[in-house]
Ligand binder design. Structure first.
Ligand code: ZN
Length: 157
């Protein structure tokens, strides 16, 4: 199952690679939070409907409500998808980039496994990987002192 999701992600990223926009344009806004080389290697795609792996086995395993959830963004590896109309939502970009770092830090399959376990155990709102992203997003939105998100994720994950 994990490998099936991983393969689905790779295929999805391939399908949208020509629409992917580099995050290097956020360098000055995210100065002190995200490093330039990390932003240059992270991408987003603005899209009408966020792609999610809708496998019957996933619904059977209890992920139906997550699959149907109306999110504004979702991250797969070094790329996140945001709904069209949210391109200017800088806090949303910030949030999804936390997930890019989580993916990098854990590795793809371990990230998928942990994220799925957390969704089942805690629900989306209280999943620790989500809480970390929302906490950092709040820190950014409240214009507090910049902090290295890379170090934060490495220490807290
Ligand atoms: Zn999130």
């Amino acid at each position: 199952m994990l490998n099936k999701i991983d393969n689905w992600i790779d295929q999805t990223l391939k399908n949208y690679s020509d629409q992917a926009v580099s995050c290097e344009k956020f360098c000055s806004q995210f100065n002190g939070f995200y490093q330039a080389d990390f932003l240059s290697n992270s991408y987003y795609v603005a899209i009408d409907q966020l792609p999610k792996p809708d496998f019957p086995e996933l619904r059977q395993a209890g992920f139906g409500s997550f699959i149907d959830m109306d999110l504004e963004g979702i991250t797969y590896k070094n790329t996140y998808f945001i709904k069209k109309g949210y391109e200017g939502d800088i806090a949303l970009h910030f949030h999804e980039l936390v997930h890019v770092l989580q993916w990098k830090n854990l590795g793809a399959v371990p990230f998928i496994q942990r994220y799925m376990e957390e969704i089942l155990r805690f629900g989306y709102q209280n999943a620790p990987l989500e809480k970390m992203a929302y906490d950092l997003q709040d820190h950014f939105s409240m214009k507090k002192e910049p902090l290295s998100v890379l170090n934060y994720v490495q220490n807290k994950i």
